[in-house]
Write a protein that binds this ligand. Structure first.
Ligand code: ATP
Ligand code: MG
Length: 363
């Protein structure tokens, strides 16, 4: 059993709170991805689970056992750090072999495992080098190798691919997915990369300002973010967020007034007391449909062709601010062209002034 749970876990550094009291339960074999802006407490949470920081409050359970007082080495976990933390005086091969040597594994077994990991991570030609003679990406791969060589039951990964080039990153992403299937290890993975988060995670944990904002399956968070911060953290390009006013509410949802005065429907429930209040409308770029009479308009300031998709960045001084719309790749667009869009009520999101989403109407 290698479930991971934290209960009331908190960490302060002096007067600054890096992690507010947090509860989180991760099942045995789950692949959980943590996302959130820089400084929100992701590494702190991982380091507390690993035992590299002492909590200010709360406890950590691994496999149902309270490990809060245990040394990192006694917790049965391996961690890949954001900064690689390799042993500078050891070669690449010795760095990878280190956890096996500590565990007194047979020399031949160690050699075979190191060779297998080196092949997987394309480190074969570097095995005799010292860490200082490696690039950042190469060091990161050594650090991954050292963590996976023991087939750990719980693997904590703090932005493990951030220094790799695009091709190796994609290969390693697939490798983590395979590794997870093969080992059945519980994996907790911090990343800023949307594709890694959406494709690897059984569940995503969104953090902001030292708190967990929402936990859920990737597509659930994508479809129904509970707060503005979740909406900002999931999806690329990000959800468009526009300041609006709630004009009226009825059985079909809410009608909101956009900055330019136009109106649009949102299929959410707003209480009568919220009518007249300021709110934030959220619309994903792929949900803006070209519509000559649509309420979302602007002139094309930037046009990005990504191959299968294109994104138009629209701006118009004094009205909507900047919005991003996804267009089919065959759509021809000229800079400065005026485009208008509309959004279906079921695809629009509405957030109250405190950032919480108004509940969606169930169809
Ligand atoms: N040892 C420390 N002493 C003081 N403050 C710290 C320490 N470690 C982290 N912090 C602070 O705690 C907060 C959370 O830091 P943490 O490293 O967990 O963020 P993060 O979410 O991992 O960010 P990033 O995405 O940039 O890696 C930050 O404000 C950071 O400055
Ligand atoms: Mg970090």
């Amino acid at each position: 059993m290698s479930s991971v749970a934290v209960e009331g876990l908190a960490k302060s550094f002096g007067a600054a709170t890096a992690l507010h009291p947090t509860d989180l339960a991760i099942e045995d074999g789950e692949f959980v991805v943590i996302v959130g802006p820089s400084g929100c407490g992701k590494s702190t949470l991982l380091r507390l689970i690993a035992g590299l920081e002492t909590p200010s409050a709360g406890r950590v359970l691994i496999g149902g056992r309270d490990v809060t007082a245990l040394e990192p080495a006694a917790r049965g976990i391996a961690m890949v750090f954001q900064s690689y933390a390799l042993y500078p005086h050891l070669s690449v091969a010795e760095n990878i072999a280190f956890p096996l040597r500590m565990a007194k594994v047979d020399k031949e077994v160690i050699a075979a495992k190191v060779a297998a990991v080196a092949e997987l991570l394309e480190l074969g030609a570097l095995l005799d080098r010292r860490p200082r003679a490696l690039s950042g990406g190469q060091r990161q791969r050594v650090s991954i190798g050292r963590a996976i060589v023991r087939d750990p039951a719980v693997l904590l990964l703090d932005e493990p691919l951030s220094n790799l080039d695009a091709g190796l990153r994609v290969r390693m992403r697939h490798e983590f997915a395979r590794l997870h299937q093969r080992l059945g290890a519980t994996m907790i993975y911090v990343t800023h990369d949307q594709i890694e988060a959406m494709t690897l995670a059984n569940r995503i944990v969104v953090m902001a300002h030292g708190r967990v904002e929402q936990v859920g399956a990737p597509l659930d968070l994508y479809a129904a973010p509970a707060t503005i911060r979740v909406a900002e953290a999931i999806g690329s390009p990000a959800m468009n967020l526009l300041p609006v006013r709630i004009a009226r509410a009825d059985a079909a949802g809410a009608v909101v007034t956009l900055p330019g005065g136009a109106e649009t429907h949102v299929a959410v429930h707003v209480p009568p007391t919220a009518v007249g209040a300021a709110a934030t409308l959220g619309v994903r770029p792929e949900h803006l449909h070209p519509d000559p009479g649509g309420p979302f308009g602007g002139r094309v300031e930037l046009f990005e062709r990504l191959g299968p998709l294109s994104f138009a960045h629209l701006g118009e001084a004094g009205t909507l601010g900047s919005i991003v719309a996804q267009l089919p790749s065959d759509r021809q667009v000229t800079l400065g062209e005026a485009l208008c869009f509309s959004v279906a009520a079921v695809n629009a999101h509405l957030f109250a002034e405190d950032g919480a989403a108004y509940p969606r109407l169930t169809p």
